[in-house]
Design a protein around this ligand. Structure first.
Ligand SMILES: Cc1cc2nc3c(=O)[nH]c(=O)nc-3n(C[C@H](O)[C@H](O)[C@H](O)COP(=O)(O)O)c2cc1C
Length: 448
């Protein structure tokens, strides 16, 4: 039942999913060619490596076919969307697509003995997208190759980060939007080394390069120089004039009309809308106006119950997980215990890190303020998550702890209704206009 529903809906979202099917064919082809006699000449080590790679390829194809499309995703957020947060998110929503924090390509290349620390994740976290950052083709390609062993469902390149360390000194992140041809090359290099679709997350522009036409040029160039079919659009430009990354997520105005313009002008591509969306009502409103997918960052982190808690039923039309927050905490505690128990001493996550994703769980509920104050005190001496929860949870009323997710408000459901009346001029018409005006100019020259 689920499968047929998934496939029918895939059919209406052709580019991304035809990619998945292409991957499937590619893997099957690889498997067939592996049966040829010359593979016997491989050393046993090489055979083992190849076998693992094929197992992973099959895994990722299996996963990709099992999931709904990325109608809803949780944004990559450095120091926030780590394994702990993603585990909590997955307990609350089975169908959301989860993005990792950005991992810089050079980190993977230089830490090849320590890759699990940066790339490993529990298999329940599928569907999951790895975001990488960088501007060196060799390193991006090598990073994609290293990441491929971990069976992510998509690899994404960061072309939106405005932080000084990234876009300034690092010369990547949003600065890459100034060189779309390079981004096309980078995406080809990444795609050549992995078995899953690739995508780009970008802003709508930066500094004075903020016209709709320049955004279209970026999308057009990247898509025509690489197999990239999916773009995540953070619908505000970045300012590289020294304002902080946090201000860069507040000060430049949101221009949703650019996003909807892209839907109109590039019907063969997939676009996910990001930026300033805070409720599931708004997610559904954007989808009603044609958005292929919607990505939430801060709201999904700071208020996971009201956002992620409604995704499965409201966005995907599937049954919700049906858990109360008490049950969510029980499952999360099991995860924390297993992480602590499995620890071999090389990297010990602190209790503070594991508690951090929980701090938004009672957003706007009675007892939330007291709970946070108690959490602050408890973190100074508790050593296990069990002790932490025991000491703090009496601040939250039982009905809050024991009730399951209910869709409370329809907030934002009328948003985006007027967006089609304020779209920018179509990209291709501008091209035609340019050709026409050139023709007119030539004609007037002939008249002279
Ligand atoms: C703390 C923090 C860290 C972020 N780190 C990343 C990152 O690593 N990569 C990225 O592409 N965007 C990053 N972003 C930007 C988000 O992915 C997202 O584009 C932005 O927050 C706008 O979405 P929102 O309004 O739903 O939060 C970060 C945002 C925040 C708040």
């Amino acid at each position: 039942m689920l499968k047929s529903c998934v496939y029918t809906r895939f059919a209406s979202l052709t580019p991304l999913h035809s990619n998945i099917h292409n991957n499937h064919q590619r893997v099957c082809f690889h498997l067939l060619s592996e049966r040829l006699p010359q593979s016997r000449k491989l050393s046993s080590h090489a055979r083992k490596v190849k076998a693992t790679k094929h197992k992973n390829q099959l895994e990722s194809v299996k996963h990709a076919e099992r999931y709904h499309p990325p109608w809803f995703s949780v944004a990559p957020m450095m120091e926030f969307t780590d394994n702990h947060y993603r585990t909590l998110a997955r307990i609350i929503s089975k169908h959301s697509w989860l993005y990792t924090e950005m991992v810089v390509a050079e980190t993977l290349v230089h830490q090849q003995d320590n890759l699990d620390r940066f790339l490993a994740f529990p298999s329940e976290q599928h569907p999951i997208v790895l975001q990488i950052g960088g501007s060196n083709l060799d390193n991006l390609s090598k990073a994609a190759e290293l990441a491929n062993r971990y069976s992510y469902d998509e690899i994404n390149l960061n072309c939106g980060c405005p932080s000084g360390r990234v876009a300034g000194h690092g010369c990547f992140g949003v600065r890459l939007m100034l060189d779309p041809k390079f981004v096309g090359q980078a995406m080809s290099a990444i795609a050549a080394k992995c078995d899953v679709p690739v995508s780009v997350k970008c802003r709508i522009g930066l500094d004075d390069h903020d016209s709709y036409n320049e955004l279209c040029e970026f999308i057009y160039t990247v898509a025509s120089h690489s197999p990239t079919k999916h773009f995540i659009i953070h619908a505000r430009k970045a300012l590289l004039n020294g304002i902080s990354p946090a201000d860069n997520r507040k000060i430049p105005p949101l221009k949703y009309e650019y996003y909807f313009g892209l839907l109109r002008d590039f019907p063969e591509l997939q676009f996910t809308l990001n930026g300033g969306i805070t409720s599931i009502g708004q997610v559904n409103a954007a989808r009603k106006q044609g958005a292929h997918g919607v990505m939430l960052g801060r709201a999904a982190y700071h208020n996971p119950w009201s956002t992620l808690g409604c995704v499965d039923s409201s966005v995907y039309g599937e049954p919700g997980v049906g858990l109360s927050r008490r049950q969510v905490l029980e499952q999360y505690q099991q995860y924390c215990d297993s992480v602590m128990g499995n620890n071999n001493g090389s990297y010990k996550p602190s209790l503070r890190l594991m508690v951090k994703p929980l701090l938004g769980l009672f957003h706007s509920e009675p007892g939330n303020g007291l709970w946070k104050r108690k959490a602050d005190t408890a973190l100074r001496h508790c050593e296990t998550i069990e002790a932490f929860l025991e000491e703090t949870l009496d601040a939250i009323p039982n009905d809050v702890l024991n009730s399951t997710i209910s869709r409370k408000s329809s907030c934002g459901e009328d948003d985006f209704a007027d967006v089609h009346s304020s779209l920018p001029f179509p990209y291709r018409i501008r091209e035609q206009e340019m050709t026409q005006s050139l023709t007119v100019n030539f004609k007037s020259l002939e008249d002279i």
